[in-house]
Design a protein around this ligand. Sequence first.
Ligand code: GLC
Length: 714
Amino acid sequence: MSLEPPPYLRPNLAIAERVSDLLGRMTLGEKLDQLHQCGVGDTNPNNLAQRLDQFQPTYGSYIVGGPWRTLLETRNVLQQRAVEESRLGIPALFGADVIHGYRTIAPIPLAQACSWNPELVRRLCAMAGAEARAHGIDWTFAPMVDHCVDARWGRIAETFGESPHASSVFAVASIQGYQENPAAPIAACLKHYVGYGASEGGRDYVSTDISWQKLWEMHLPPFEAGVRAGAYTVMSAFNDLSGIPTSAHPYTLTEILRQRWHFAGPVVSDWASVAQLIHQGFAAHGAEAAQKALNAGVDIDMADGLFREHIKQLIERGLVSLQRVDEATGRVLWLKFKLGLFERPYTKANALTAPSTPPPENLRLTEEAAARSLVLLKNNGALPLAANVKRIALLGPVADRGGPLLGSWAQQGDPAETETLAAALRSRLGSDVTLIVAPGCGIDDYDPSGIEQAQEATHAADLIIVCLGEDQHMNGENASRSTLRPAGRQTQVLDVALATNKPVILVLVAGRPLEIDAVEHQLAAVVAAWCGGSRGAAAIADALLGRLNPSGRLAVTWPRTAGQIPLYHNMRPKARLADEGNYRDSLTTPLYEFGHGLSYTTFQMGPIQLSATTLSPRERLIAEVAVTNTGPRDGIETVLWFIRDVAAGITRPLKELKHFEQALIGAGQTLAFRFVIEPKRDLTFPDDSGRPQLEPGEFILFAGGERVSFHLTA
Ligand code: GLC
């Protein structure tokens, strides 16, 4: 009788060897349980969770929710049952949607992208991962790296904006933050694979009609970057991709993900997206749904239980192979070995478990992030607030509420503890300044009773700040809107302020660009504060008072109206030039361009200098610009480098972001920004099967308002 533990319990052996040994010991039923993910607690308002007593010790993973104080205990109870009551003692995996923070809430990902600071994003994910890990979460269903150019879709809030390059950079930073935190690594999950952000009409859960060319150019790059950065898991999506739902799509799930990118980790379905194949008319019943999803490449079935219910019979009918079940089970076991769950199945309470409020150092980090994510869209000089402004009216339903700042997917963030803009201003304004706060209306209702109070509040004011936006449930999943206009009577409150002919500063707290085109010309200043998180209000107040110098830049095009959608910077050229083909009833340009953002200082960019004007595919081209801070105070500047391929075998976008760099430039100082162009990385485009194409010819390089041409030889 060997005293040595079986190979799968020996941490000194290679993971592949441990997986193989354990697979050989498992029954089919035990394998199928590993492919089952069960909901615990209130995980997501759009999905119903099962009750604790339905769980089996052999379930492979759980998606957990509910109050953070009980989560760790719940997790360890379930884990003890898995380890001690199951025959082979296989620990369970515990996943949750830690999208932008856990106990301390960071700005939403769309806001983080406007910081143009990947290191900051990495730090935010490391912070969130450590907080989540302390409460027993091994796996976060993030980063979401969908490509979206339709602000009607509530989930644009969860994206890193419209640039495939920027989304790729932030995807990698997120994965590094979650998975490479030595103190508390948690598995990342690239989602929603793939194309979900192209949901028709901006509605949710609907079909997407995407050409293979656009899929390869716009939607796949962040997933490929994330896979190559070592993401442990991928989540399939809800959307029907041009006739085949992505949770049962062999081309994306197997040919691309496995055969082209060699991704080794498990693919988890989205919540009941296997069962939803029936709603989509892609499966006649649960058995067919399970068969198609598993055979296409989904390994873990989230929440609907169809794999557990049908795969055994499907094997007996020869419709699913035992080899495929072993492959899927092996990936789940690989993840558990990778996370060290066999050696450390339980989560011990630590310093992050105890505090009743978010840790101060985490609040400081999220405040820095909110400050860097805030975008000053317009300023006629009204900001920063002048010392002679002594009476301020603060209007709008978001001005004195914490929830909107947290945004959707706010996990364990508590609106009641979240400082409001009114409170942040009160604590900063001198005793000689009067702040009159009047919401004027609700966020999403038509109750007129507050309008009169708002009018009264403006009478004595020197200046009016109007804070509009969305409540937490108004962005994120299942939060599509047919218009981008602020909801309810919010625009009426803004009109009340504008009717005074006093300076009006608009602050927007939302998960998407909002429609303000009709009144924008009347506004003294516009600040896009997004859902800035636990310390979002502090960042707004510091920006309004000039204690920080805004540096955010839009990572998404800001349309004038929803009628312009889709409208994005990397569109293809139209057939006609100048104004031909544009709208006849409105301007066709966006209200604010991708990359737009103002500062309290000014920057002057010199011409682009090139190391050569011609290069071969094997050479590199060095581009440089000098940027001078010509204004009165230090400021952070971001240089976005775009490239256009002037003529190619297929039409190419007007401009594609290929590189970005950020630096603090002291008042009066000049700094050089550099972009080293590598043809294979920066001048290629994928064909409709994803094969990179590099063609000689003219290219245009853009930075700021500067542009320069160069030629690639054969
Ligand atoms: C949801 C979302 C997905 C999330 C999952 C678990 O429906 O689409 O983003 O991770 O279900 O809550």
